[in-house]
Design a protein around this ligand. Structure first.
Ligand SMILES: Nc1nc2c(ncn2[C@@H]2O[C@H](COP(=O)(O)OP(=O)(O)OP(=O)(O)O)[C@@H](O)[C@H]2O)c(=O)[nH]1
Ligand SMILES: [Mg+2]
Ligand SMILES: [Zn+2]
Length: 348
C-alpha cells in the first residue's frame, strides 16, 4: 500500500500496477522534481532528497515528473516507471528527435499574456503538443489588468478547440489565480508552459508553489528575459503538484500527428468534403475549404496554421523514420557480417 503522501503528489493505480512483482519493503518510490547537473532531486514519502543520475536528462531517460524506483539500501535508482503522459517538443538540431519536457502531468496550463504578444497560432502550437501528450489543456490568459478588451481574447481562444477551458486573470493576485485550483487538487499534476515573461512563475507563486523568482519585462516589446532557467516540480497547498518551466522562445513540434489531427478535427472534416482529388485548397472555385473560408465557417488563419503544423510535424516524423530505417539496416549489415565471420570460422 502507498501512503497518502505519495498519492497527493500523483501516485495512482497506473503506477502501482507496474510494481506487481516487486518486494515493496526493499524499495523506495519517489518522483523527480528537478535536475541539478549530475543529480536529480526527488520527492518521496519522507520528503525531498537528491541522488546522482549520470546524464539522465540528456539521453531522455529521466524527466521531471517521472516516478523512480530506488533500492532502499543505497538509494540507487533501479527503474523508471512507464509514463502516463509525456510532453515533448522537437530537440534542437537536425535529427528531429523529441526532447522530453515533463512526464506524467494531467493538465497543462498554456499561459499567454493579454498584450501585444497574444497569438492564437502560438497557443495552437502548445495545444497540439498537450493533446499529443494525453494531458488536458487549460488556456490561462494573464495580464488582464493591462488589457482593455480581454473578453474578446477569451472568446477567440475558446474557439480553438471544443470545450476548451480558458481563464483570464491578473496572475499576481492569488484571489484571481484561485480559479485554477480546480485542476490542482490532491493527486493532480499540472505543468505551466508559455513564452518568457507571460507570468508562469508569478502564477505558480499565486497558487502557493513557494517563492519562485519572477522577472522584469523589457519595456520596448513587453517580452520576458528568461528568468526561470530550469524546470522544477513544487507541492501545492491544494494538494497537487505544479511544474514551472523556463519560457520557451521558439519551439518546433515533434512528430505528433494525433495531436494535430485532434486539435484541427473541424478542418480535417472540411478537407474531407472537398470533391477534388489533389486539391491545393487555395481558392479554386468549388473547393470545400475555399467555400468554408468564404462563408466564414473556417478562419483563414486557422487553416494556414493547420497546414503549417501538420507539415512541420510530418517532416519531423519522416526524418525520424528514415533514421530508424538506416539504423535498422546498418544493424542488419552488422549482424550479417558477424554471422559470415562465424560461418567462415566454423568452416575452416
Ligand atoms: N500587470 C501584470 N503583471 C504580471 C502579470 N503576470 C505576471 N506579471 C509580471 O510579469 C513579469 C514576468 O513574470 P514571470 O512570472 O517572471 O514570467 P515567466 O513566464 O515565469 O517568465 P520566464 O521565467 O522568463 O519564462 C513579472 O514582473 C510579473 O510581475 C499580470 O497578470 N499582470
Ligand atoms: Mg518563470
Ligand atoms: Zn479543395
Amino acid at each position: 500500500m502507498t501512503t497518502p503522501a505519495l498519492r497527493a503528489i500523483g501516485w495512482n493505480s497506473f503506477f502501482e500496477d507496474q510494481l506487481a512483482s516487486i518486494d515493496r519493503s526493499s524499495v523506495i518510490i519517489a518522483r523527480v522534481s528537478a535536475h541539478h547537473g549530475s543529480e536529480v532531486a526527488l520527492y518521496g514519502e519522507t520528503g525531498e532528497f537528491r541522488v546522482p543520475v549520470q546524464n539522465a536528462e540528456t539521453d531522455g531517460k529521466v524527466a521531471v515528473g517521472d516516478w523512480l524506483v530506488l533500492n532502499a539500501t543505497d538509494r540507487r535508482a533501479v527503474r523508471r516507471l512507464e509514463r502516463r503522459t509525456l510532453l515533448s517538443r522537437k530537440a534542437a538540431g537536425e535529427e528531429a528527435k523529441p526532447q522530453i519536457l515533463v512526464a506524467n502531468v494531467d493538465t497543462v496550463f498554456i499561459v499567454s499574456a493579454c498584450n501585444e504578444n497574444f497569438n492564437l497560432s502560438g497557443i495552437e502550437r502548445y495545444l497540439a503538443m498537450t493533446l499529443q501528450a494525453g494531458a488536458v489543456p487549460v488556456v490561462v490568459l494573464t495580464k488582464a489588468d493591462l488589457c482593455d478588451d480581454a473578453a474578446t481574447l477569451v472568446e477567440q481562444a475558446r474557439q480553438l478547440h471544443p470545450q476548451l477551458c480558458v481563464e483570464v486573470m491578473d496572475a499576481r493576485r492569488p484571489e484571481e489565480a484561485g480559479v485554477l485550483s480546480t485542476w490542482c487538487g490532491p493527486g493532480q499534476s499540472v505543468a505551466l508552459l508559455g513564452s518568457s515573461g507571460v507570468g508562469k512563475s508569478t502564477l505558480a507563486n499565486a497558487l502557493g508553489a513557494g517563492e519562485l523568482t519572477t522577472g522584469r519585462i523589457r519595456e520596448k516589446d513587453g517580452k520576458g528575459r528568461h528568468t526561470t532557467t530550469w524546470r522544477s516540480l513544487h507541492l501545492l497547498p491544494t494538494g497537487g503538484v505544479l511544474v514551472d518551466n523556463p519560457g520557451v522562445r521558439e519551439f518546433q513540434l515533434p512528430a505528433c500527428e494525433d495531436g494535430v489531427e485532434d486539435l484541427f478535427e473541424d478542418v480535417v472534416d472540411i478537407i474531407a468534403e472537398c470533391r477534388f482529388s489533389n486539391c491545393a485548397h487555395d481558392g479554386v472555385p468549388g473547393c470545400a475549404v475555399t467555400a468554408a473560408i468564404e462563408s466564414g465557417a473556417l478562419d483563414e488563419r486557422r487553416f494556414a496554421n493547420y497546414r503549417k503544423l501538420r507539415d512541420e510535424q510530418s517532416r519531423h516524423a519522416r526524418i525520424l523514420a528514415d533514421r530508424r530505417e538506416r539504423e535498422r539496416k546498418a544493424s542488419g549489415t552488422y549482424k550479417a557480417a558477424i554471422a559470415r565471420k562465424r560461418r567462415r570460422r566454423e568452416e575452416s
